[in-house]
Design a binder for this molecule. Structure first.
Ligand SMILES: [Zn+2]
Ligand SMILES: [Zn+2]
Length: 329
């Protein structure tokens, strides 16, 4: 089978032995397509992942072989995420499932940018779902990223009448703004790139290149970690408001000024990765069309995966979807 691996700062397609269950529980799935996540880019650019790593986790796949207590069958087209919380540890009990040790050590094998992937029984039981019929594979590949967004919104815990502002209108920002709107939160977006501002407006959501001077939000969602975005957040969050950090930053020195947090009684909180329930909510938002993911992805054939990485890094596209198998459903 073909897999895309990191090798000397490139993404290279290599042959690997085909997977098989060999009596194990779980499923072997044929990956139809896989979204390219911002976290894949970070792992690649900052050399967090070693040579030989197969990145990718936003998969849509068809079951080829299965040995499971679940109701899934051969031929089912599914979406899944990669990590599963234990549900018992101190992190899980406090709702910080993405800090759970089990969550961090579970994964799809070898990774989503591969012709075939092994899913454990735990994946099938907790985070895999049949692809809703009304969604294309490209649309369904937003299951995991939208799950992260659902979690971020739950962490921010908006109340009726709140005004939210999304800073950074890449694919995650556009989806965050739409999800907030679906939850009936007044939302505006902000980005330095004109086209992105205009794109958000097509969903009936106000967006600005520069926020009005007197604009204040109850909650700011930071889908950009740039210093400038932090300045904008601090300027436009109301006293007592919240800043939800939902992006990494290219350098570690970034610091929120202590006095702003203290004297203005701000809450700064982070949100990382979703729980199985957040993922279920994500699928509902996609299936119902409340979050519209059409026209967000640029599609690349598997052999052009390096170009998908390059174009994403150059901000040429909002989101890449890698067409791993030519069969699309
Ligand atoms: Zn992702
Ligand atoms: Zn746990």
């Amino acid at each position: 089978m073909k897999t895309a691996v990191i090798q000397n700062d490139k993404i290279v397609i290599k042959d690997a032995p085909k997977l098989s269950l060999n009596g194990k529980q779980g499923a072997i799935v044929k990956v139809l397509g896989c979204g390219l996540c911002g976290s894949d880019i970070v792992k690649f650019v900052h050399k967090i992942s070693k040579d030989g790593t197969v990145l990718g986790h936003e998969i849509v796949a068809r079951i080829e072989e299965i040995n499971s207590e679940t109701d899934f069958n051969i031929g089912d087209v599914i979406v899944t995420s990669h990590h599963i919380p234990c549900g018992e540890c101190i992190y899980c009990k406090h709702g910080n499932v993405s800090m759970c040790k089990h969550f961090k050590t579970t994964n799809i094998i070898p990774g989503g940018f591969s012709e075939f992937v092994y899913l454990s029984e735990e994946h099938l039981k907790n985070v895999a779902h049949k692809k809703p019929q009304n969604l294309t594979c490209i649309e369904a590949s937003f299951y995991e990223p939208l799950g992260c967004i659902v979690r971020a919104i739950k962490r921010a815990n908006p109340i009726d009448g709140d005004i939210a502002c999304v800073i950074g209108l890449g694919s995650i920002g556009v989806l965050t703004a739409q999800a907030l709107k679906a939850y009936q939160i007044n939302t505006v977006g902000c980005d330095l790139i004109n086209e992105r501002v205009e794109f958000l407006k097509t969903f009936g959501i106000d967006a600005y290149k520069t926020l009005p001077e007197d604009f204040k939000a109850d909650i700011i969602f930071m889908t950009s970690g740039a210093d400038k975005a932090i300045d904008t957040a601090l300027k436009h969050v109301r006293n007592g408001g919240k800043i939800l950090v939902f992006s990494s930053t290219p350098h570690d020195e970034t610091a929120y000024p202590n006095n702003e947090i203290y004297y203005r009684e701000l809450t700064v909180l982070g949100s990382y990765s979703p729980s199985p329930n957040d993922l279920k909510d994500s699928l509902k938002l996609l299936e119902s069309g409340k979050v519209n993911v059409k026209n967000i992805s640029a599609v690349y054939e598997f052999e052009d995966i390096q170009k998908a990485f390059d174009d994403t890094m150059k901000n040429k596209i909002m989101k890449a979807y890698i067409n791993i198998s030519r069969t699309q459903i």
